[in-house]
Design a protein around this ligand. Structure first.
Ligand SMILES: [Zn+2]
Length: 417
């Protein structure tokens, strides 16, 4: 009898706790991103931080119901390429000598919140000084302020004088070593990779070629040898984490893909041969496309590089999309505007991708690249990272630029006005 009473109390306790913790989202439809299919109606039951059921036969009693009429539910968006603690605000050019890493972290607080409210519930931060990306990740996990789930890289790793180094300063100013991601030859590279991982990196970012927002050149030239690229990949693999390679020019793209990196970031100067190699190796392309067409006030040397890429990147992406290269969405927010990631989906469609493929790029594909298979789809058991848009994104991709509802881990971040 005693035993029975105890069990009854325990069961009742569970039911009460569960009912208070259950939220039902009732929309017009939900999007099965893998199938590219809009399913009606769109009822998602959320228990705690996870999805419990989709379109169940009956609704759980006592659940809180959130009505989202006319809307489509989608998995929270994922941006595979951000720099949350950077932007092109006043004085950005000299921040590397005027700002501390704490300044960058605090700027990141603002951009993290705006990014989450725009519908991006996970971002990969690829290259930041002093591990402020890891600090942001921890603070958001503690619930200190709102922001997306972060997959941090620590310092981007590259050659002395390369895009991941600080160039344009006098000798003795901002000279870094492997700890800060400046590493030459396999031995230093191994040390650089291990140091980033020691301090929290969940992905290794490298600079395989020259870049735009830096003073070295020419813009697409290869900056790591095949041997150095292989050293990065071998070390990252020992730790079970992926490698993201910044690369613009075809030689560096091909060398990085052949060395086994998981993704090419930017990939803005693709040749047919480079596209063939990416396809052969199954390397992901993270296009960072829409930000090229923004207007920025850039120093002349950087403006020139930006114009060079801008004239070529559209054609490059069109051919890559048409060839069926695997694409994961990335914006390069920080080098471009923050919290406008919805425009990246639109840019893919404008360059020939179907809306369903674009939506996959920013959800299930990006989740695969980030190795976070607990999100990126609406499915029972996965994290309740859910957004809602007005209308049907399969017929009008532009609706993703105006996300109306955001939930992260079962907690409502944004409600329709
Ligand atoms: Zn970047």
């Amino acid at each position: 009898m005693m035993r029975f009473t105890f069990l009854t109390a325990a069961v009742l306790g569970c039911v009460t706790a569960a009912a208070a913790d259950v939220v039902v989202l009732r929309a017009e439809a939900w999007l099965d991103v893998e199938a590219g299919r809009r399913v009606t109606p769109g009822v998602v039951v959320v228990e705690g931080e996870r999805i419990a059921a989709l379109n169940p036969a009956s609704l759980p009693q006592g659940a809180r119901v959130i009505e989202l009429p006319g809307m489509t539910l989608l998995p929270g968006f994922i941006d595979a390429h951000t720099h949350l603690g950077s932007d092109l605000g006043p004085g950005w050019e000299s921040r590397s000598v005027r700002w501390s890493d704490i300044d960058h972290a605090l700027l990141g607080v603002r951009h993290a919140r705006a990014t989450l409210e725009s519908g991006f519930t996970t971002v990969r931060d690829v290259g930041s000084s002093g591990f402020y990306d890891v600090a942001l990740m921890h603070a958001i996990e503690r619930g200190d302020f709102p922001g997306p789930r972060i997959v941090p890289a620590g310092h981007g790793i590259g050659a002395t004088g390369g895009h991941c180094d600080a160039t344009g300063y006098a000798p003795g100013v901002l000279e870094g070593g492997p700890e800060q991601g400046v590493a030459d030859g396999p031995a230093e590279i191994v040390k650089a990779v291990r140091y980033q991982i020691k301090h929290g990196a969940k992905v290794i970012k490298i600079c395989a070629t020259a870049g735009v927002m830096s003073y070295e050149g020419p813009v697409g030239s290869q900056q790591y040898s095949a041997e150095e690229l292989r050293a990065v990949v071998a070390e990252a693999r020992l730790h079970g984490i992926p490698v993201a390679a910044h690369a613009h020019g075809p030689e560096g793209i091909i060398a990085a893909s052949e060395a086994g990196v998981d993704s090419i970031e930017h990939g803005s100067l693709l040749t047919d041969e480079a596209i063939r190699v990416l396809k052969k190796n199954g390397t992901w392309l993270v296009p960072t496309l829409y930000q090229w067409f923004e207007e920025y006030d850039l120093p002349p040397a950087i403006h020139e590089k930006n114009e060079f890429i801008k004239a070529r990147v559209g054609d490059s992406m069109r051919r890559a999309f048409a060839a069926g290269v695997r694409v994961a969405l990335g914006t390069d927010a920080g080098a471009g505007p923050h919290a406008q990631g919805g425009r990246e989906f639109t840019a893919y469609v404008e360059h020939g991708m179907s809306p369903a493929d674009a939506l996959r790029a920013g959800t299930v594909n990006a989740a695969a690249l980030l190795r976070t298979d607990d999100r990126g789809r609406l499915k029972a058991g996965l994290l309740a990272d859910i957004v809602a848009v007005a209308g049907d994104p399969l017929t009008d991709i532009g609706v993703v630029e105006d996300v109306r509802f955001v939930m992260k881990g079962g907690a409502v971040v944004r409600q329709p006005q």
